[in-house]
Design a binder for this molecule. Structure first.
Ligand code: SAH
Length: 425
């Protein structure tokens, strides 16, 4: 979501004659696009501001947008008096106001919901992978999560608006569409005629667009994985066989305290249904270790479920107490040392499972999408249908955008492959 917000902001400023620079000393405006999900991310923003202040031109405008703006509110100006603007995740469309009035301080952390989508100009051109937000906010209120506070209650965008953005992306360079929402599979929009649209309707309509070859969506809440959506994995070959469906913990106790009221049986049942719709479907998850009250036994159940589901790619985090959340006030907060040890153990297991899956791909032929140069510029990075990184030894300017690749080697982090033909998609 932050990558998308950043692209929108960059496009909006290009429309006003700005170009992008990586060099603080050259910039006329410096924008920190921020995440507040864990305390570390928030702290980084304020230490970065200090460093940037020393490097920037004295009259350059500087400000923060995104969830830290909303989390800190006007306090941000106290912590960093040099800030010119503080704009929340739903008000960054107001950024041009600071260009018109650079001596004022611009502050807006309202939760307007969908207003920004109507007020911003269309993206100038689409990246190859187009992120299309279909929903803002979240109603689940997991007790650890600051998102309902920073991004507000859940609102689904009108179906026609989403499709207008999707068609625009398809016409301006997109090959892959990634639908975005904090609770993306809960998408539900009823129009004035009373017709209700779900994520499955968006996928079906998008699959009809010729230039779009791949479709995915993130992030999904387990119990919102309705049958119509599961069925898309059976009927729409453009939908990637890969799904991020965070389980967070394998302990029913902890899940209850997290306010994630699903049973492991239900979760496993959803995975089984997905696999029967499309046998090669693979799942990724997010995990939180060291949630308040998590015992060794609770943690072992998390290891167990990770082994059972065989997540091919995961993000795991130490629980971080956040303001405006219920879990921050819960008793039995877990000491940092235990959180670190659990994270280490979980990561070792997840890496092992990921390596096994990567190795099982050697010899397969996969349709992959080009994702640019690697750091050295000598090789090209592709993304497999399971979103693995696949390195191909060809210069990026000679690399086809989409190609059939034979996987020749694998390790934990990535695959190696050779292009064996043009894409058949
Ligand atoms: N609904 C979004 C949430 C974004 S946050 C999604 O599913 O992607 C991404 C991940 O950060 C969450 O899935 C969770 O695993 C983790 N997270 C959220 N709040 C956290 C906290 N207080 N401490 C540690 N990790 C957290």
């Amino acid at each position: 979501m932050n990558v998308y917000d950043g692209q929108r902001i960059a496009s909006m400023l290009r429309g006003r004659g700005y170009t992008q620079t990586d060099n603080y000393a050259d910039a006329d405006i410096i924008i920190l696009n921020t995440c507040a999900v864990r305390a570390k991310a928030t702290d980084k923003v304020f230490s970065a501001l200090g460093r940037i202040r020393a490097e920037k031109k004295p009259d350059a405008l500087m400000g923060i947008v995104g969830c830290v703006a909303r989390e800190s509110g006007a306090d941000a100006f106290r912590r960093a008096p040099e800030l010119n603007f503080v704009l929340g995740p739903q008000s960054y469309h107001k950024l041009p106001e600071i260009l018109e009035n650079p001596d004022a301080r611009l502050f807006n952390i309202d939760l307007g919901g969908l207003e920004k989508f109507d007020e911003m100009p269309q993206m100038d051109a689409s990246p190859v992978v187009a992120y299309i937000p279909i929903q803002e906010g979240c109603n689940h209120c997991c007790t650890y999560c600051i998102v309902p506070y920073t991004r507000g209650r859940e609102i689904s965008r009108p179906f026609d608006d989403v499709m207008r953005d999707t068609v625009h992306a398809a016409n301006t360079g997109a090959i892959e569409i990634c639908f975005l929402g904090q609770n993306v599979n809960g998408y539900k929009y009823t129009d004035e005629k009373g017709q209700t649209y779900r994520l499955s309707d968006l996928i079906r309509a998008t699959a009809k667009l010729d230039t779009i070859k791949r479709i995915r969506f993130t992030s999904s809440y387990p119990t919102e994985m309705t049958d119509d959506l599961i069925d898309m994995f059976r009927t729409e070959p453009k939908l990637l066989p890969f799904l991020n469906m965070p389980i967070q913990s394998g302990s029913p106790n902890v899940l209850t305290k997290m306010n994630r009221p699903y049973t492991l049986d239900l979760y496993i049942d959803i995975v089984d249904k997905l696999k029967s719709a499309r046998p090669d479907v693979q799942i990724s998850s997010d995990f939180i270790v060291g949630f308040p009250g998590e015992s060794d036994d609770d943690f072992n159940q998390t290891l167990e479920i990770a082994r059972r589901i065989k997540y091919i790619n995961s993000f795991s985090f130490k629980y971080s107490p956040r303001p405006h959340t219920a879990a921050a006030l819960m008793p039995n907060q877990i000491p940092e040392k235990i959180k670190s040890a659990r994270l280490y153990e979980l990561d070792a297991l997840l890496n092992e499972i990921q390596r096994e899956f990567n190795e099982s791909c050697v010899g397969r032929e996969l349709e992959c999408l080009c994702d640019g140069a690697d750091k050295t510029g000598k090789y090209t990075i592709y993304r497999t249908p399971y979103m693995q990184t696949c390195i191909v030894h060809i210069p990026t300017d000679a690399a086809p955008q989409i190609a059939k690749i034979k996987i020749t080697a694998a390790n934990k982090a990535s695959l190696r492959g050779e292009i064996i033909g043009a894409s058949e998609l």
